[in-house]
Design a protein around this ligand. Structure first.
Ligand code: GLU
Length: 420
């Protein structure tokens, strides 16, 4: 593939949505794979819905995931370009391809009713009937709806691939016909392809009482990226999860290349698929669990500190890190947590006082002089029957349950040394 120009065009109408992150990721990967450019513009013509500060938070949010643009100093904002759109719309009126109507300008639906065809990079050959109504291309407030802004801006940006959500498929006929009206004098005769290819990608859905529906900002915590960060998922886990849902090849590639940076994956549009993926929390958790298990303590410590800030004392950090270090870097690393907030539940016994039962008192005395695991194990083994247990397993299990309140835990020797 020759160098291509990709872009995203988010509307600053709220907090960073998981779909926007996914869209940015897909564009970023495809731009990288082609050696081309990845740009951003801001579609803020719906001024009533624009939220103060949303653009800044959007850019910062994407930055946290390592997604950066090639035009950080040169971001086109549609709200600042009213004159440009107006000029183009008036020019169409002069050419009798559009007309004024109630303060707005409408495109005249061309008489040619041949179907509008395009070759979609994700879906292959597509076709829609030609438009049969005259769509508004400049609103009475002087700003364009999506269609005219898209046509003019993507031309100016030199876009060669317009990746966007599948909800735009239904109006692609209008976009192509408007493109022809603006840039091609022969609009009534023939469909001339746009200067870019379209690539429509599926929208992430969720199962709600057995029904598939779009993620909703109000109902689903999965919709907003910030929620994943607050829960303490590693950013890389969210990225890799999104890659598995937007590209059917990603998981196999990851299995075959466990240590390669995700940016090196060759993202191909044919592998996007057209089924709306269902958000799968278990899958995200399993990816995140593996990523945390494979981190070194040097990588993990700052992440954990960043998550809890001054909510944990130095003493608590020390204990948490001692437990997280167990079996790390071995062939079979432990997979205790999938997000940093789980430290509080998985290792909850670190954060409350030990209830000294008779068994724990005796056990604490027994191991008080022991300072390594190699002496500890033979000792508890030898004393198991004296303590009234059948064998060492029963003994240690009884201690584990009383000490941690759990049937399963990480290394009992280490926990004992921290708590007793
Ligand atoms: N503002 C549009 C959206 O957020 C952009 C679509 C596009 O990428 O052209 O859906």
């Amino acid at each position: 593939m020759a160098k291509q120009v990709f872009r995203i065009a988010p509307s600053p109408t709220g907090e960073l949505h998981i779909g926007t992150l996914g869209m940015a990721l897909v564009n970023y990967m495809m731009a990288k794979a082609s050696g081309g450019k990845f740009l951003i513009r801001i579609d803020d013509t719906d001024t009533a819905r624009t939220i103060e500060g949303a653009e800044k938070r959007l850019l910062e949010g994407l930055g946290k995931f390592g997604i950066v643009f090639d035009n950080p100093k040169n971001i086109l904002r549609q709200s600042e370009r009213g004159d440009i759109y107006k000029k183009v719309a008036e020019d169409l009126v002069k050419r009798n391809l559009a007309y004024h109507d109630d303060g707005a300008i409408r495109l005249r639906a061309p008489q040619n009713k041949e179907p509008i065809k395009w070759d979609d990079m994700a879906r292959g050959a597509m076709s829609l009937p030609a438009i049969d109504r005259d769509p508004v291309i400049l609103k009475s407030n002087g700003l364009p709806p999506y269609s005219l802004g898209h046509i003019i801006d993507d031309t100016e940006m030199g876009t060669t691939v317009a990746v966007r959500g599948e909800e735009w498929i239904a109006s692609t006929n209008e976009h192509i016909q408007l493109y022809n009206a603006v840039y091609n004098k022969d609009v009534f005769k023939k469909t001339i392809p746009t200067a870019w290819k379209y690539c429509h990608i599926p929208v992430i859905c969720i199962l709600d009482n057995g029904n598939k529906r779009k993620l909703s900002k109000r109902k689903d915590r999965e919709a907003l990226v910030e929620n994943f960060l607050t829960e303490g998922y590693p950013t890389r886990a969210v990225i890799e999860y999104l890659l598995t849902i937007y590209n059917t090849d990603y998981e196999i590639w990851r299995e075959q290349n466990p240590n390669v940076d995700w940016r090196k994956f060759n993202f191909r549009s044919e592998k996007i698929g057209s089924n709306s993926p269902l958000f799968d929390r278990d899958k995200l958790d399993s990816i995140a669990r593996n990523i945390i298990a494979e981190m070194t303590m040097k990588e993990l410590e700052p992440e954990v500190r960043n998550h809890f800030g001054d909510k944990l004392s130095e003493e608590q950090y020390k204990n948490v890190f001692t437990l997280l270090a167990i079996d790390r870097g071995t062939e079979r690393p432990r997979k205790d947590i999938c997000k940093y907030s789980e430290i509080l539940t998985e290792f909850d016994y670190l954060f409350k006082p030990v209830k000294m039962t008779p068994l724990l008192k005796k056990y604490a005395e027994l191991i008080s002089g022991v300072s390594d695991k190699d002496t500890w194990f033979p000792l508890v083994k030898e004393k198991a029957t004296d303590f009234g247990f059948k064998n060492v397993r029963e003994f240690t299990q009884a201690v584990r349950v009383e000490l941690t309140g759990r049937e399963k835990s990480t290394d009992l020797y280490t926990i004992s040394k921290i708590l007793l």
